[in-house]
Design a protein. Structure first.
Length: 426
Protein backbone atom coordinates (compact mmCIF):
# COMPACT_ATOMS: atom_id res chain seq x y z
CA UNK A 1 0.00 0.00 0.00
CA UNK A 2 1.41 3.38 -0.96
CA UNK A 3 2.02 6.05 1.66
CA UNK A 4 -0.37 8.38 -0.13
CA UNK A 5 -3.17 5.80 -0.08
CA UNK A 6 -2.54 5.07 3.59
CA UNK A 7 -2.69 8.77 4.35
CA UNK A 8 -6.06 9.11 2.59
CA UNK A 9 -7.35 6.01 4.37
CA UNK A 10 -6.38 7.48 7.73
CA UNK A 11 -8.23 10.72 6.97
CA UNK A 12 -11.36 8.85 5.90
CA UNK A 13 -11.31 6.59 8.96
CA UNK A 14 -10.83 9.49 11.35
CA UNK A 15 -13.61 11.31 9.54
CA UNK A 16 -15.98 8.37 9.95
CA UNK A 17 -15.25 8.08 13.65
CA UNK A 18 -15.69 11.81 14.27
CA UNK A 19 -18.91 11.92 12.30
CA UNK A 20 -20.27 9.02 14.36
CA UNK A 21 -19.24 10.70 17.59
CA UNK A 22 -20.83 14.00 16.62
CA UNK A 23 -24.08 12.30 15.60
CA UNK A 24 -24.17 10.59 19.03
CA UNK A 25 -24.51 13.86 20.93
CA UNK A 26 -25.66 17.41 20.58
CA UNK A 27 -23.35 20.27 19.74
CA UNK A 28 -23.16 23.73 21.21
CA UNK A 29 -22.83 25.20 17.75
CA UNK A 30 -26.37 24.50 16.61
CA UNK A 31 -26.27 27.09 13.83
CA UNK A 32 -23.73 25.02 11.89
CA UNK A 33 -24.21 21.65 10.29
CA UNK A 34 -22.38 18.59 11.58
CA UNK A 35 -20.39 18.52 8.32
CA UNK A 36 -19.24 22.15 8.73
CA UNK A 37 -18.15 21.62 12.33
CA UNK A 38 -16.38 18.40 11.42
CA UNK A 39 -14.48 20.01 8.53
CA UNK A 40 -13.48 23.20 10.37
CA UNK A 41 -12.41 21.63 13.63
CA UNK A 42 -11.09 18.24 12.59
CA UNK A 43 -10.78 17.20 8.98
CA UNK A 44 -8.87 20.20 7.64
CA UNK A 45 -6.21 20.45 10.41
CA UNK A 46 -5.72 16.68 10.50
CA UNK A 47 -5.39 16.49 6.74
CA UNK A 48 -3.03 19.50 6.75
CA UNK A 49 -0.78 17.85 9.33
CA UNK A 50 -0.74 14.53 7.50
CA UNK A 51 0.17 16.37 4.29
CA UNK A 52 3.18 18.04 5.91
CA UNK A 53 4.29 14.82 7.55
CA UNK A 54 4.13 13.13 4.18
CA UNK A 55 5.99 15.90 2.35
CA UNK A 56 8.54 17.56 4.64
CA UNK A 57 9.17 15.10 7.49
CA UNK A 58 12.89 14.35 7.37
CA UNK A 59 12.68 10.57 7.94
CA UNK A 60 10.16 9.62 5.30
CA UNK A 61 11.20 5.97 5.27
CA UNK A 62 10.37 5.59 8.98
CA UNK A 63 6.77 6.84 8.85
CA UNK A 64 4.39 4.23 10.32
CA UNK A 65 0.92 5.26 9.22
CA UNK A 66 -0.76 2.53 11.27
CA UNK A 67 0.84 3.92 14.41
CA UNK A 68 -0.17 7.46 13.42
CA UNK A 69 -3.75 6.27 13.03
CA UNK A 70 -3.75 4.49 16.41
CA UNK A 71 -2.28 7.58 18.07
CA UNK A 72 -4.88 9.82 16.43
CA UNK A 73 -7.79 7.65 17.54
CA UNK A 74 -6.36 7.27 21.05
CA UNK A 75 -5.90 11.05 21.21
CA UNK A 76 -9.53 11.67 20.26
CA UNK A 77 -10.69 9.45 23.11
CA UNK A 78 -8.18 10.95 25.54
CA UNK A 79 -9.51 14.41 24.65
CA UNK A 80 -12.85 13.48 26.23
CA UNK A 81 -11.09 13.51 29.60
CA UNK A 82 -13.30 10.63 30.71
CA UNK A 83 -11.70 7.71 32.62
CA UNK A 84 -14.27 5.35 31.10
CA UNK A 85 -13.76 6.29 27.44
CA UNK A 86 -11.23 3.85 25.98
CA UNK A 87 -9.54 3.08 22.68
CA UNK A 88 -8.07 -0.35 21.91
CA UNK A 89 -5.96 -0.91 18.81
CA UNK A 90 -6.42 -4.02 16.66
CA UNK A 91 -4.06 -6.17 18.72
CA UNK A 92 -5.56 -5.05 22.02
CA UNK A 93 -9.05 -5.73 20.68
CA UNK A 94 -8.00 -9.24 19.71
CA UNK A 95 -6.51 -9.75 23.16
CA UNK A 96 -9.78 -8.63 24.77
CA UNK A 97 -11.69 -11.18 22.73
CA UNK A 98 -9.78 -14.24 23.89
CA UNK A 99 -12.10 -17.24 24.03
CA UNK A 100 -13.62 -17.18 27.50
CA UNK A 101 -13.70 -20.95 27.61
CA UNK A 102 -9.95 -21.21 27.06
CA UNK A 103 -6.99 -21.73 29.32
CA UNK A 104 -3.55 -20.17 29.18
CA UNK A 105 -0.31 -19.97 31.11
CA UNK A 106 -0.10 -16.69 32.97
CA UNK A 107 -0.35 -14.80 36.23
CA UNK A 108 -4.10 -14.39 36.67
CA UNK A 109 -4.68 -10.65 36.46
CA UNK A 110 -7.13 -8.43 34.60
CA UNK A 111 -5.27 -5.34 33.38
CA UNK A 112 -5.73 -2.10 31.45
CA UNK A 113 -3.36 0.37 29.82
CA UNK A 114 -2.77 3.79 31.37
CA UNK A 115 -1.97 6.01 28.40
CA UNK A 116 -0.73 8.93 30.47
CA UNK A 117 1.56 6.88 32.70
CA UNK A 118 2.54 4.49 29.89
CA UNK A 119 2.11 1.61 32.30
CA UNK A 120 -0.13 -1.38 32.84
CA UNK A 121 -2.61 -1.08 35.70
CA UNK A 122 -4.03 -4.10 37.49
CA UNK A 123 -7.83 -4.00 37.47
CA UNK A 124 -8.16 -7.11 39.61
CA UNK A 125 -6.23 -10.28 40.48
CA UNK A 126 -8.05 -13.58 40.02
CA UNK A 127 -8.49 -15.48 43.27
CA UNK A 128 -6.00 -18.29 43.88
CA UNK A 129 -3.70 -17.36 40.99
CA UNK A 130 0.03 -16.53 41.22
CA UNK A 131 -0.77 -12.79 41.14
CA UNK A 132 -3.23 -13.17 44.00
CA UNK A 133 -0.86 -15.29 46.10
CA UNK A 134 1.98 -12.82 45.51
CA UNK A 135 -0.08 -9.98 46.99
CA UNK A 136 -0.79 -7.99 43.82
CA UNK A 137 -3.92 -5.88 44.11
CA UNK A 138 -6.20 -3.57 42.14
CA UNK A 139 -4.60 -0.28 40.99
CA UNK A 140 -1.04 -1.59 41.26
CA UNK A 141 1.12 -0.36 38.35
CA UNK A 142 3.30 -2.84 36.46
CA UNK A 143 6.41 -0.86 35.50
CA UNK A 144 8.69 -3.54 34.03
CA UNK A 145 8.40 -7.17 32.92
CA UNK A 146 11.61 -9.15 33.34
CA UNK A 147 13.54 -5.90 33.46
CA UNK A 148 12.09 -4.35 30.30
CA UNK A 149 9.96 -1.20 30.79
CA UNK A 150 6.38 -1.63 29.65
CA UNK A 151 6.58 1.93 28.33
CA UNK A 152 9.03 0.60 25.73
CA UNK A 153 7.06 -2.56 24.93
CA UNK A 154 3.54 -1.12 24.93
CA UNK A 155 0.39 -2.88 26.04
CA UNK A 156 0.23 -5.90 23.75
CA UNK A 157 3.87 -6.94 23.97
CA UNK A 158 3.81 -6.55 27.75
CA UNK A 159 0.72 -8.73 28.08
CA UNK A 160 2.17 -11.37 25.78
CA UNK A 161 5.41 -11.39 27.78
CA UNK A 162 3.49 -11.95 31.02
CA UNK A 163 1.93 -15.03 29.49
CA UNK A 164 3.89 -18.20 28.86
CA UNK A 165 4.21 -21.84 29.78
CA UNK A 166 3.04 -22.85 33.26
CA UNK A 167 6.06 -23.23 35.53
CA UNK A 168 8.12 -20.51 33.86
CA UNK A 169 9.41 -17.75 36.22
CA UNK A 170 8.87 -14.04 35.73
CA UNK A 171 9.88 -10.84 37.57
CA UNK A 172 7.58 -7.82 37.72
CA UNK A 173 8.39 -4.35 39.00
CA UNK A 174 5.36 -2.98 40.82
CA UNK A 175 4.45 0.51 42.02
CA UNK A 176 1.62 1.19 44.46
CA UNK A 177 0.22 4.52 45.62
CA UNK A 178 1.89 5.49 48.90
CA UNK A 179 5.17 3.77 48.09
CA UNK A 180 8.31 5.83 47.68
CA UNK A 181 9.69 3.59 44.95
CA UNK A 182 8.74 0.49 42.93
CA UNK A 183 9.35 -3.02 44.25
CA UNK A 184 10.21 -6.23 42.45
CA UNK A 185 8.28 -9.45 42.90
CA UNK A 186 9.10 -12.90 41.54
CA UNK A 187 6.30 -15.13 40.28
CA UNK A 188 5.87 -18.38 38.39
CA UNK A 189 3.31 -18.68 35.62
CA UNK A 190 0.49 -21.16 36.22
CA UNK A 191 -2.38 -22.64 34.28
CA UNK A 192 -5.13 -19.99 34.29
CA UNK A 193 -8.65 -21.03 33.41
CA UNK A 194 -11.31 -18.42 32.92
CA UNK A 195 -14.37 -19.93 34.59
CA UNK A 196 -16.34 -16.96 35.92
CA UNK A 197 -18.42 -18.68 38.63
CA UNK A 198 -17.09 -20.92 41.39
CA UNK A 199 -18.89 -22.16 44.46
CA UNK A 200 -18.66 -24.35 47.53
CA UNK A 201 -20.36 -24.98 50.88
CA UNK A 202 -18.86 -23.54 54.04
CA UNK A 203 -19.38 -25.43 57.31
CA UNK A 204 -21.23 -28.58 56.36
CA UNK A 205 -23.24 -28.52 59.60
CA UNK A 206 -24.64 -25.02 59.04
CA UNK A 207 -24.55 -25.38 55.23
CA UNK A 208 -23.66 -21.83 54.23
CA UNK A 209 -23.37 -21.52 50.47
CA UNK A 210 -20.57 -19.52 48.88
CA UNK A 211 -20.53 -18.28 45.26
CA UNK A 212 -17.78 -16.16 43.71
CA UNK A 213 -18.35 -14.33 40.43
CA UNK A 214 -15.17 -12.97 38.83
CA UNK A 215 -16.82 -10.91 36.06
CA UNK A 216 -20.09 -10.52 34.18
CA UNK A 217 -19.23 -12.30 30.92
CA UNK A 218 -21.55 -13.78 28.30
CA UNK A 219 -21.42 -17.24 29.90
CA UNK A 220 -21.77 -16.00 33.50
CA UNK A 221 -25.57 -16.17 33.61
CA UNK A 222 -25.67 -19.87 32.71
CA UNK A 223 -22.83 -20.57 35.16
CA UNK A 224 -24.74 -18.71 37.88
CA UNK A 225 -27.86 -20.77 37.19
CA UNK A 226 -25.76 -23.90 37.66
CA UNK A 227 -24.33 -22.60 40.95
CA UNK A 228 -27.70 -21.55 42.36
CA UNK A 229 -29.26 -24.85 41.33
CA UNK A 230 -26.52 -26.63 43.28
CA UNK A 231 -27.11 -24.37 46.29
CA UNK A 232 -30.83 -25.16 46.09
CA UNK A 233 -30.19 -28.90 45.89
CA UNK A 234 -27.77 -28.65 48.82
CA UNK A 235 -30.54 -26.89 50.79
CA UNK A 236 -28.15 -24.23 52.08
CA UNK A 237 -29.28 -22.16 55.06
CA UNK A 238 -27.53 -18.97 53.97
CA UNK A 239 -25.64 -17.60 50.96
CA UNK A 240 -22.48 -15.51 50.57
CA UNK A 241 -22.11 -13.92 47.14
CA UNK A 242 -18.54 -12.71 46.57
CA UNK A 243 -18.10 -9.81 44.12
CA UNK A 244 -14.73 -8.63 45.39
CA UNK A 245 -12.30 -7.74 42.61
CA UNK A 246 -15.09 -8.13 40.06
CA UNK A 247 -14.51 -5.33 37.50
CA UNK A 248 -17.93 -5.69 35.88
CA UNK A 249 -18.78 -6.69 32.34
CA UNK A 250 -21.94 -6.88 30.25
CA UNK A 251 -25.06 -4.95 31.25
CA UNK A 252 -27.25 -7.75 29.89
CA UNK A 253 -25.49 -10.28 32.13
CA UNK A 254 -25.90 -7.99 35.14
CA UNK A 255 -29.66 -7.95 34.48
CA UNK A 256 -29.78 -11.73 34.00
CA UNK A 257 -27.90 -12.43 37.22
CA UNK A 258 -29.82 -9.80 39.20
CA UNK A 259 -33.10 -11.34 38.03
CA UNK A 260 -32.11 -14.60 39.72
CA UNK A 261 -31.91 -12.79 43.08
CA UNK A 262 -34.61 -10.12 42.67
CA UNK A 263 -38.16 -11.36 42.23
CA UNK A 264 -39.71 -8.22 40.78
CA UNK A 265 -39.22 -4.51 40.31
CA UNK A 266 -36.52 -2.18 39.04
CA UNK A 267 -32.88 -3.23 38.89
CA UNK A 268 -31.36 -0.08 37.41
CA UNK A 269 -32.27 3.04 35.44
CA UNK A 270 -30.17 4.42 32.59
CA UNK A 271 -29.93 8.09 31.63
CA UNK A 272 -28.81 8.17 27.98
CA UNK A 273 -26.83 10.78 26.04
CA UNK A 274 -30.03 12.01 24.33
CA UNK A 275 -31.86 12.73 27.59
CA UNK A 276 -33.98 9.59 27.57
CA UNK A 277 -34.31 7.45 30.68
CA UNK A 278 -34.72 3.68 30.54
CA UNK A 279 -35.88 1.74 33.58
CA UNK A 280 -34.79 -1.90 33.50
CA UNK A 281 -36.71 -4.37 35.63
CA UNK A 282 -36.21 -8.04 36.44
CA UNK A 283 -36.70 -10.71 33.79
CA UNK A 284 -39.67 -12.91 34.73
CA UNK A 285 -38.99 -16.61 35.26
CA UNK A 286 -35.37 -16.38 36.34
CA UNK A 287 -35.87 -15.94 40.10
CA UNK A 288 -34.74 -18.72 42.47
CA UNK A 289 -37.47 -18.92 45.12
CA UNK A 290 -35.35 -20.70 47.73
CA UNK A 291 -33.59 -17.35 48.21
CA UNK A 292 -36.79 -16.07 49.88
CA UNK A 293 -36.05 -18.05 53.01
CA UNK A 294 -32.34 -17.61 53.63
CA UNK A 295 -30.07 -14.71 54.69
CA UNK A 296 -27.85 -13.38 51.90
CA UNK A 297 -24.65 -11.37 52.15
CA UNK A 298 -22.72 -9.72 49.30
CA UNK A 299 -18.96 -9.17 49.64
CA UNK A 300 -17.50 -6.12 47.86
CA UNK A 301 -14.33 -4.02 47.85
CA UNK A 302 -12.75 -1.11 46.01
CA UNK A 303 -12.28 -3.22 42.87
CA UNK A 304 -15.97 -4.17 42.64
CA UNK A 305 -17.13 -2.01 39.74
CA UNK A 306 -19.73 -1.36 37.07
CA UNK A 307 -22.01 -4.41 36.69
CA UNK A 308 -21.00 -5.49 40.21
CA UNK A 309 -22.33 -2.18 41.48
CA UNK A 310 -25.57 -2.53 39.51
CA UNK A 311 -26.23 -5.83 41.29
CA UNK A 312 -25.03 -4.59 44.70
CA UNK A 313 -26.99 -1.34 44.47
CA UNK A 314 -30.22 -3.15 43.63
CA UNK A 315 -29.79 -5.74 46.41
CA UNK A 316 -29.00 -3.02 48.95
CA UNK A 317 -31.81 -0.67 47.94
CA UNK A 318 -34.34 -3.50 48.12
CA UNK A 319 -32.93 -4.80 51.45
CA UNK A 320 -32.48 -8.27 49.95
CA UNK A 321 -28.91 -8.71 51.16
CA UNK A 322 -26.46 -7.32 53.68
CA UNK A 323 -23.45 -5.76 51.97
CA UNK A 324 -20.10 -6.45 53.69
CA UNK A 325 -16.59 -5.19 52.87
CA UNK A 326 -15.34 -1.79 51.72
CA UNK A 327 -16.74 0.95 49.44
CA UNK A 328 -17.01 -0.12 45.81
CA UNK A 329 -15.21 1.48 42.87
CA UNK A 330 -17.85 3.95 41.67
CA UNK A 331 -18.29 3.33 37.93
CA UNK A 332 -21.81 4.20 36.84
CA UNK A 333 -21.00 4.70 33.16
CA UNK A 334 -22.47 2.36 30.56
CA UNK A 335 -20.15 2.01 27.59
CA UNK A 336 -20.85 1.10 23.98
CA UNK A 337 -18.03 -0.63 22.08
CA UNK A 338 -17.74 0.76 18.55
CA UNK A 339 -15.85 -1.36 16.00
CA UNK A 340 -13.55 0.67 13.76
CA UNK A 341 -12.30 0.01 10.27
CA UNK A 342 -8.71 -0.59 11.38
CA UNK A 343 -9.72 -3.53 13.59
CA UNK A 344 -9.67 -1.47 16.76
CA UNK A 345 -12.48 -0.55 19.12
CA UNK A 346 -13.58 2.63 20.87
CA UNK A 347 -15.57 2.25 24.09
CA UNK A 348 -17.83 5.28 24.39
CA UNK A 349 -19.75 6.03 27.61
CA UNK A 350 -23.32 6.44 26.34
CA UNK A 351 -25.37 6.35 29.54
CA UNK A 352 -25.19 7.00 33.25
CA UNK A 353 -26.99 4.64 35.64
CA UNK A 354 -28.79 5.11 38.95
CA UNK A 355 -29.72 2.50 41.56
CA UNK A 356 -33.44 1.70 42.09
CA UNK A 357 -33.65 4.34 44.85
CA UNK A 358 -32.22 6.96 42.51
CA UNK A 359 -28.75 6.96 44.05
CA UNK A 360 -25.94 8.24 41.84
CA UNK A 361 -22.87 6.21 42.81
CA UNK A 362 -20.62 7.48 40.00
CA UNK A 363 -17.08 8.14 41.30
CA UNK A 364 -18.48 7.61 44.83
CA UNK A 365 -19.16 3.90 45.08
CA UNK A 366 -21.54 1.99 47.34
CA UNK A 367 -20.81 1.96 51.06
CA UNK A 368 -21.39 -1.47 52.64
CA UNK A 369 -23.85 -2.04 55.46
CA UNK A 370 -20.99 -3.55 57.46
CA UNK A 371 -17.52 -2.13 56.80
CA UNK A 372 -14.65 -4.57 57.21
CA UNK A 373 -11.22 -3.36 56.18
CA UNK A 374 -8.53 -5.71 54.91
CA UNK A 375 -4.83 -5.07 55.57
CA UNK A 376 -2.73 -3.82 52.66
CA UNK A 377 -1.42 -6.78 50.76
CA UNK A 378 2.34 -7.19 50.97
CA UNK A 379 4.25 -8.43 47.96
CA UNK A 380 5.85 -11.80 48.41
CA UNK A 381 7.85 -13.85 45.95
CA UNK A 382 6.14 -16.96 44.62
CA UNK A 383 9.15 -18.61 43.09
CA UNK A 384 7.95 -22.12 42.39
CA UNK A 385 4.91 -24.15 41.58
CA UNK A 386 5.25 -27.87 42.14
CA UNK A 387 4.31 -30.49 39.57
CA UNK A 388 1.62 -31.63 41.97
CA UNK A 389 0.06 -28.15 42.00
CA UNK A 390 0.23 -27.97 38.22
CA UNK A 391 -1.47 -31.35 37.87
CA UNK A 392 -4.10 -30.29 40.40
CA UNK A 393 -4.78 -27.13 38.40
CA UNK A 394 -5.32 -29.20 35.26
CA UNK A 395 -7.62 -31.75 36.88
CA UNK A 396 -9.40 -29.60 39.44
CA UNK A 397 -13.17 -29.28 39.09
CA UNK A 398 -13.40 -25.82 37.60
CA UNK A 399 -16.53 -24.87 39.54
CA UNK A 400 -14.97 -25.54 42.95
CA UNK A 401 -14.17 -22.34 44.86
CA UNK A 402 -11.16 -22.23 47.14
CA UNK A 403 -11.45 -20.11 50.28
CA UNK A 404 -9.18 -19.14 53.16
CA UNK A 405 -11.59 -18.50 55.99
CA UNK A 406 -8.97 -17.97 58.69
CA UNK A 407 -7.17 -15.19 56.80
CA UNK A 408 -10.17 -13.50 55.21
CA UNK A 409 -11.75 -11.09 57.69
CA UNK A 410 -14.53 -10.05 55.33
CA UNK A 411 -15.55 -13.63 54.61
CA UNK A 412 -15.39 -14.45 58.32
CA UNK A 413 -17.71 -11.51 59.05
CA UNK A 414 -20.17 -12.78 56.43
CA UNK A 415 -20.20 -16.25 57.99
CA UNK A 416 -20.63 -14.74 61.45
CA UNK A 417 -23.51 -12.55 60.24
CA UNK A 418 -25.36 -15.48 58.68
CA UNK A 419 -24.89 -17.61 61.81
CA UNK A 420 -26.43 -14.81 63.87
CA UNK A 421 -29.32 -14.57 61.46
CA UNK A 422 -29.86 -18.31 61.81
CA UNK A 423 -29.67 -18.11 65.59
CA UNK A 424 -26.59 -20.35 65.71
CA UNK A 425 -24.54 -17.75 67.62
CA UNK A 426 -25.61 -14.70 69.62
Amino acid sequence: MSRKFKKITIVLMVAALLLTALVFGATNQETKSVEEIYFEKFQQPIYDLLYYIDTIYYEQDKIDYDKILDSTLAGLIKGLNDPFAWYFDAQQTQENQIDEQGEYGGLGITVRWDQEMEAIVIVSPMSGTPADKAGLQANDYIITVDGTPVSDMGYMESVNNMRGKPGEPIILEIFREGWEEPKEVKLVRALIETKTVKYTTINQEEKIGYIRLTNFAEKSASEMEEALTEMKNEKVNGLIFDLRNNPGGLLSTAIDVSSMFIKKGEIVSLDYYNGQREIISTIPGKYFYFLDNIPITVLVNGASASASEIFTGAMKDKALATIIGTTTYGKAAVQRPVSLGNGGEAWIPMAHYLTPSGNDIHLKGIEPDIIVEMPERKLQDMTEITEEEQEKAKNETTTQASIDLENDAQLMKAVEFIKKELGIIN
